[in-house]
Design a protein around this ligand. Structure first.
Ligand code: UT7
Length: 338
């Protein structure tokens, strides 16, 4: 049975490796809930939601569509897209804040669902920044030779933790899952070579009260409900998050002008466009799915990547920036040569 371990001697001798995206997949619950349908439930309107957020609809999971079910479907689609089978994967990382159970991890359920019996699987929790943190983590395993192929999944059912009486939050979120397969390949030259070129992660726990869930197994013994100071999160997102993007560009020796696609966390159209403007990223390079998916937290970036790759926008060789901020706060960016 294969295990994950790092052999320092082997690492020194090994060729320089990069983590290359070889497949993408996604899964959305069947049920679509429009803004008009939400307006029947809370005091809101399609006009307010579209104007303030850009969201027009979201997918909401039924009881059978749990985070691990959606995550397994997305991961299976990514495997198929890559032309690989369960035997080829030796690392599964699932970014989620809405696991089916407190434990075991959703990643192990996805692993079992796909029939993967080797390597390791674990969850990673960095809320909306979870997928970027998971890509960065998988990249460390792959580029040190500790794993060969990783399934990196973002899967969420935020509809289970929003307060459906609170119009300031319940209109924002949706459910879904996305996944990519990363493969360790011998590095080609500099920024022209395929793979994850750079990642930059940050956290600052002093902002806990701005965006959190008011329960948990170690405090209330309940799941809790999502609470957010929307205006403060908005300000922080536009004001701060660009530091990790600038750093990711600098590390890779590239600039916003070199970028083909900007695939940010899909929380709010206004945040996305303000961030792009600040960074000098042309608006026609933005991949926007918040209108269809709402904010699916850790799932939003891999969902958007899968949409843009399958509709032909993202092509091999393109330079793609992913970026997110979420509760904590935690935020990060990763620059990928597709
Ligand atoms: O993924 C994690 C990160 N999360 C985010 O990125 C979310 C960040 N924040 C935001 O996207 C925005 O702050 C919101 C979309 C949540 C809110 O937009 P805003 O422009 O900051 O609105 P606001 O909170 O300043 O509220 C403006 C008004 C208020 O009424 P008053 O006090 O001016 O009379 C709210 O009570 O809009 C009211 N309001 C609503 N009205 C209709 C708040 N929610 C709603 C609603 N429908 N759903």
């Amino acid at each position: 049975m294969a295990t994950l371990r790092t052999d320092p001697e082997q690492s020194r001798r090994a060729p320089k490796l990069r983590s290359v995206v070889v497949g993408t997949g996604s899964s959305l619950p069947a049920r679509v809930v429009t803004n008009a349908a939400l307006a029947e439930r809370v005091d809101t309107s399609d006009e307010w939601i579209v104007q303030r957020t850009g969201i027009r609809q979201r997918h909401i999971a039924d009881e059978s569509e749990t985070t691990s079910v959606l995550g397994t479907q997305a991961a299976r689609a990514a495997l198929q897209d890559a032309g690989l089978t369960a035997d080829d994967i030796d690392l599964v990382i699932c970014a989620t804040s809405t696991p089916d159970h407190t434990f075991p991890s959703t990643a192990t359920q996805i692993q079992a669902g796909l029939g993967i019996h080797q390597g390791a699987a674990f969850d990673l929790q960095a809320v909306c920044a979870g997928f970027v943190f998971a890509v960065s983590t998988a990249d460390k395993f792959l580029t040190t030779g500790a794993a060969r192929r990783a399934l990196v999944v973002g899967a969420e059912t935020f509809s289970r933790i929003v307060d459906w009486e609170d119009r300031t939050t319940c209109v924002l979120f949706g459910d879904g899952a996305g996944a990519i397969v990363l493969e360790a390949q011998e590095a080609q030259e500099a920024a022209e070579g395929r793979g994850v070129l750079s990642t930059s992660l940050r956290s600052d726990g002093r902002h806990r009260e701005k965006l959190y869930v008011d329960g948990g197994p170690g405090s209330t013994g309940t799941t809790g409900r999502l609470r957010m100071e929307g205006r403060d999160v908005f300000r922080f997102a536009v004001g701060q998050v660009t530091d990790v993007i600038v750093e990711a560009f600098e590390q890779a020796g590239t600039t916003a002008e070199d970028l083909d696609w900007f695939v940010p966390h899909q929380a709010n159209r206004r945040i996305i466009e303000a961030s792009a403007d600040k960074l000098g990223i042309a608006r026609d390079k933005i991949v926007l799915t918040v209108d269809r998916h709402g904010n699916t937290s850790a799932a939003s970036i891999p969902l958007a990547l899968d949409v843009a790759r399958r509709d032909g926008r993202i092509q091999a060789g393109d330079l793609v920036m992913i970026e997110a901020i979420g509760g904590g706060f935690s935020w990060g960016a990763a620059l990928i040569r597709w």
